[in-house]
Write a protein that binds this ligand. Structure first.
Ligand code: E4P
Length: 218
């Protein structure tokens, strides 16, 4: 399973990239706005920190403008994946950019039918938002199960399921059990994944016993 980081915070991405756990990055207009920086600059910096795909999202809503924005964004670095919303214009843009060899991430997916359309449009990634479905008392993980099942029925689809809007470690664990190919995780969730009280307690005990020996390894 690939791990992407869901943030436009360059410092956070740099620190996490150093762990070797990061396979890519996703951003969206809200995350770019939160960074308070120029989009092209932030995306270029992020692209230099990871060889993996870095999703940069278009903000136009009409096809021609969306396509122009997508072409501009992919020109920032060779590892940019252009993110488009799951709308008619978005799918048309997805088809056009994919045919030009650009990776396209189709975002804001909330139904299996939408995911099917994205695969038919040649998307490299489909981003179903599990947390936002859970927020409205709908089972986000059922959507992942449905999409994984549908895509497995059609092996010629090359679209990877990129689980998005992850809010806590169990979202990731459940997505992994279902066989989703990618998860995009807020930095805080990646750090939560590491944590277990028995690890902390066990390490403390090992180190206390080790100190009593008076030895050092090096
Ligand atoms: C994915 O690409 C989106 O940026 C993100 O996962 C949305 O998460 P949110 O619902 O927590 O805003």
């Amino acid at each position: 399973m690939k791990f992407f980081v869901d943030t436009a915070d360059v410092a956070d991405i740099r620190a996490l990239a150093e762990t070797g756990l990061v396979d890519g990055v996703t951003t969206n207009p809200s995350l770019i706005a939160k960074s308070g920086r120029k989009m092209a600059e932030v995306i270029a910096e992020i692209c230099a920190l990871t060889p993996g795909p870095v999703s940069a999202e278009v903000t136009a809503t009409e096809y021609e403008q969306m396509l122009a924005e997508g072409r501009y964004l992919r020109g920032i670095a060779s590892n940019v994946a252009v993110k488009v919303p799951l709308t008619e214009a978005g799918l048309r843009t997805c088809r056009a950019l994919s045919e030009e060899g650009t990776l396209v991430n189709v975002t804001l997916c909330f139904s299996p039918a939408q995911a099917l359309l994205a695969a038919k449009a040649g998307a490299a990634f489909i981003s179903p938002f599990v947390g936002r479905l859970d927020d409205i008392a709908t089972d986000g993980m059922q959507l992942i199960a449905d999409i994984v099942k549908i895509y497995r029925n059609y092996p010629h689809f090359k679209t990877e399921v990129l689980v998005a809007s992850i809010r806590h470690p169990m979202h990731l664990v459940e997505a992994a059990k279902l066989g989703a190919g990618v998860a995009t995780l807020p930095p805080a969730v990646i750090r939560q994944l590491l944590k277990h009280p028995l690890t902390d307690r066990g390490l403390e005990a090992f180190l206390a016993d080790w100190r009593k020996t008076g030895q050092s390894i090096l």
